[in-house]
Design a protein around this ligand. Sequence first.
Ligand SMILES: [Zn+2]
Ligand SMILES: [Zn+2]
Length: 146
Amino acid sequence: MSSKLTGGCLCGAVRYHSPAEPVLAAHCHCDDCRRSSGTGHCTHVVMPESGFTVTGEVRFFDRPADSGSMVGRGFCPACGSPIYSTNSMMPDKVFIRASSLDDPEAAKPAMTVYASRAPSWDPIDPALPAFPEMPTGGPKAAIPAA
Ligand SMILES: [Zn+2]
Ligand SMILES: [Zn+2]
């Protein structure tokens, strides 16, 4: 009940915490995630925006997703670490980069999206449902309401 998700960037200027349980975690192999990840995909941990607090400056790079929603990718301007993203269609959620978690095992990925775009050297987890693109209905359909 009092579980707490914490994380931050590489240099330590940005720290966050959430008192909530993750809603969902997923791997995304879309082109934007690949380019911003340093590898073949991003792993996003979806959290309620309510109660999510951040200290330090987070700068956002905004870019429209295939769905038409605007995705803001937040990173530390000092060290460049990706921290979390926002999505204009889901203002009540934040999408924490699993790479920024203090305990990376706190992320429990449940699916893979944009699997068709995965490079050969970044294999898909065969134990998880994998969607070639975004599942029908977009991320909103896949994510349970808070
Ligand atoms: Zn930093
Ligand atoms: Zn993506």
